[in-house]
Design a protein around this ligand. Structure first.
Ligand code: ATP
Length: 325
C-alpha cells in the first residue's frame, strides 16, 4: 500500500467550500468536510448529490468553486490517482475484455509495472472469489460479478482511500454479507473507505460515522447518536387538521415542547380547521401526543404532517428507519 507516512500531516480527503453546478443545476453547495481515516457512510435521497460528491473526491469532476484535496494534493492532480480506488455506481467496462484483462489494464493505467500489475490482479481476483470466472468476457457477467470486478479494479493498486458508490446495490444477501466482511477487513488492513448507500441500516453494519447530503447540502456529519441528538433538539412545524382546532390549541399550548401555535393564512391547501404547531423538542412532543390521543379518543384528527422541508426533516425520515439511538 502507499506509504501513509508520506501524507501523515495532511487529511486523506478534504472538501473546502466546494460547490458544483451542472449548467443551471446546483448539485452540491458549499461543502466543507475533512476525512482522516476509517469508514464513513454517505447517505441521501435520490439526487441529493452523493455521486457528484464521490466523483469530485475521485478527481473525475472539478468543483465549480472551492477545492477538493487528497493528502494535500488537488484531487484532479496525477499524484492523487494512486491514492484513490473508485468504484462507480454505473457500469463502465470494455465489455469485450475478460474481467482479468480489464483489471490488468486498470492496474497498468495506475502506473504499475507489467509484473506488478499481473501479480496484483491475480491476488485481488482470488480475494474477490472471481479467479475461476475472470477469463470470461465481461458481457456475460451477472450483476454481482460485475460489481466484484468494479471493486477489483478499485483495489488492484492498493490505494489508501476507497471511494465506493453504492457497492452493495443489486447484490444478494449472501454476497452483501461477504462484501461487508471484505470492507471491514480492508479497513483493518489500513484502507479508509467512503461508501454511499440509500440504506442507512446497511451502512450501520460497517460504521457509525455518517455523512448526510440533502439537496446538495451537507445536512449532517458525525456519529448516528450525535446526529439523532441534533435532530431531537431541532424545531419543526406540524400542520394538524381537526374538527375543533381552537379546543385542541387550548390543550397543546401548555405543553412544554410547544413554542407557538398559529393559524395558517387560508389557501386552497388549508381549511379553517387547520392549525400550525411549532415544536422545539419533536421526539418528546410525539411521545406526549401519542399518549394524549390514546387517552382522549374523541379527537378526530384528519391530517397530521410536518411541513418542515428542511434537511432536518429529511434526517428524521432517514434516521427513522434506523434501529440505533
Ligand atoms: N452530468 C450531469 N449533468 C447534469 N446534471 C447532473 C449531472 N450529474 C448529476 N446531475 C444532477 O445533479 C444532482 C445530483 O445528482 P447525483 O447523481 O450526484 O445525486 P445522487 O445522490 O447520487 O442520486 P442517486 O441516489 O439517484 O444516484 C441531480 O439533480 C442530478 O440530476
Amino acid at each position: 500500500m502507499y506509504n501513509s507516512a508520506l501524507y501523515k500531516d495532511e487529511p486523506l480527503l478534504q472538501f473546502i467550500d466546494v460547490s458544483k453546478w451542472f449548467g443551471p443545476i446546483l448539485a452540491l453547495s458549499q461543502i466543507t468536510w475533512t476525512f482522516k481515516s476509517g469508514i464513513v457512510g454517505l447517505v441521501g435521497a435520490n439526487g441529493a448529490g452523493k455521486s457528484t460528491f464521490l466523483r469530485l473526491a475521485a478527481g473525475l469532476l472539478r468543483p465549480t468553486l472551492g477545492e477538493v484535496k487528497i493528502a494535500g494534493h488537488d484531487a484532479w492532480d496525477w499524484r492523487s490517482r494512486r491514492l484513490i480506488g473508485y468504484c462507480p455506481s454505473t457500469d463502465a467496462f470494455f465489455h469485450d475484455l475478460s474481467g482479468q484483462q480489464f483489471v490488468l489494464v486498470m492496474a497498468r493505467l495506475c502506473g504499475m509495472t507489467r509484473r506488478e500489475a499481473r501479480k496484483s490482479t491475480e491476488a485481488i481476483l482470488q480475494r474477490l472469489g472471481l479467479h475461476d470466472l475472470a477469463t470470461r468476457p465481461i458481457y456475460g457477467y451477472s450483476k454481482g460479478m460485475r460489481q466484484r470486478i468494479k471493486l477489483a479494479q478499485a483495489l488492484v493498486h492498493h490505494p489508501p482511500l476507497l471511494i465506493l458508490d453504492e457497492p452493495l446495490a443489486g447484490i444478494d444477501p449472501l454476497g452483501r454479507h461477504e462484501l461487508i466482511g471484505l470492507f471491514r477487513q480492508l479497513n483493518q488492513e489500513g484502507h479508509s473507505l467512503i461508501i454511499s448507500s440509500h440504506e442507512l441500516e446497511t451502512l450501520e453494519q460497517l460504521t457509525d460515522q455518517i455523512l448526510i447530503l440533502s439537496r446538495g447540502r451537507l445536512a449532517a456529519a458525525g456519529t448516528i447518536a450525535e446526529i439523532r441528538h441534533q435532530l431531537s433538539e431541532y424545531p419543526i412545524t406540524i400542520r394538524i387538521t381537526v374538527s375543533s382546532p381552537r379546543e385542541l390549541a387550548r390543550q397543546l399550548i401548555d405543553w412544554p415542547e410547544v413554542s407557538a401555535i398559529e393559524w395558517p393564512a387560508s389557501s386552497q391547501h388549508t381549511s379553517c380547521n387547520t392549525l400550525l404547531v411549532r415544536v422545539h423538542r419533536p421526539r418528546e412532543f410525539f411521545q406526549r401526543l401519542t399518549q394524549f390521543l390514546a387517552q382522549n379518543t374523541s379527537w378526530d384528527i384528519t391530517c397530521f404532517e410536518s411541513i418542515d422541508e428542511s434537511a432536518h426533516a429529511l434526517l428524521g425520515y432517514i434516521l427513522g428507519g434506523s434501529g440505533k439511538t
